[in-house]
Each structure stands twice: as structure tokens, then as C-alpha cells.
Design a binder for this molecule. Structure first.
Ligand SMILES: [Zn+2]
Length: 161
């Protein structure tokens, strides 16, 4: 590895990411991004980072809103032109940027769009009508729990005698 590298720890607002903004119901807390960029001996810029986001999407089953957490790590090799795979350090995904410049927001946006569920759905117990069913089931279960299993036992024993 050559060079000391650059470390970035920042927050990106969803409003800066139009394609993500179009996919979410409303803006929530910003996306946390931490990356370290280093230039390899071969002049490849290697990016190591992670991003965390909490996005509000529409549940495709009950159409109510749901939060989806994204916790993703980035390992990218930025290239100005395609090179042989074996020149890229293992574990890094090549990303060709002809102009040699990359907007951080674009990287974040691409990564989030990759991670977004195509048809987000609540877990059964959290989903609209199903949630009501689960509640009803729980309600009836707790009702049976309030009747102590030994209630009436004394009566039964007396009857048996
Ligand atoms: Zn739902």
C-alpha cells in the first residue's frame, strides 16, 4: 500500500440521494458513512467502508409504512479503466470510473439501492391485518391463561368422592 490514505466519517442526507429519496416514504435520519480510501502500489484507489441507514418504506402486503435498517460494508477498487481481475486485491469489487472522479453520494446511493428489498414486507406479527390476527390469538391465549388450570379441581374431586 502506498500513501497514508484518507478517512471520511460523515452523514449523507437522503435528500442528497434522489433515487433513494424516490424509493422511501419520507426522509428519516441521515445515512452514516465511514470510509477509508487508500491508493495501492498499482495506483488503484481502494475503498473500505461501511454505511448504516434506516429507511421508511411501504410494506407491500399491508401498504403501511415500515422501517428497514441497512448495514452494509463497501470494498471497492476504483479504476480509471478496466484492468485484469487478478490485479485487483482480493475481496474488492472493481468499479470503473472513466473520469477518475467519483461522487461519494453516488457510491452511497448505488450501495443502498442494491441493499433495498424489492418487495419489503413486515414480519407476520408486525403486518397490518395479520398483526390484528396475531393480537387476537394472543388475546384468547391470555384469556385461557387467566383461568387457572386447577380451578374447579376441588369441585371435581369432591364430585368423585
Ligand atoms: Zn405490513
Amino acid at each position: 500500500m502506498g500513501g497514508a490514505g484518507v478517512a471520511i466519517d460523515t452523514e449523507v442526507s437522503i435528500s442528497e440521494l434522489p433515487r433513494v429519496a424516490a424509493a422511501v416514504l419520507h426522509d428519516t435520519r441521515p445515512i452514516r458513512l465511514r470510509i477509508r480510501a487508500q491508493e495501492s502500489d498499482r495506483g488503484i484507489v481502494l475503498i473500505d467502508g461501511d454505511l448504516q441507514a434506516m429507511l421508511v418504506l411501504t410494506c407491500q402486503r399491508c401498504l403501511d409504512e415500515m422501517s428497514v435498517g441497512i448495514d452494509s460494508s463497501l470494498r471497492l477498487a476504483l479504476l480509471s479503466q478496466p484492468i485484469e481481475e487478478d490485479l485487483i486485491p482480493a475481496g474488492y469489487e472493481p468499479l470503473v470510473i472513466p473520469a477518475g472522479k467519483v461522487r461519494l453520494a453516488d457510491l452511497v446511493e448505488d450501495e443502498i439501492l442494491l441493499e433495498l428489498p424489492i418487495a419489503p414486507r413486515h414480519a407476520d406479527q408486525d403486518c397490518g391485518p395479520l398483526k390484528e390476527n396475531v393480537k387476537a390469538l394472543k388475546g384468547s391465549a391470555s384469556k385461557t391463561e387467566t383461568t387457572t388450570p386447577f380451578a374447579g379441581l376441588a369441585d371435581m374431586m369432591r364430585d368423585a368422592n
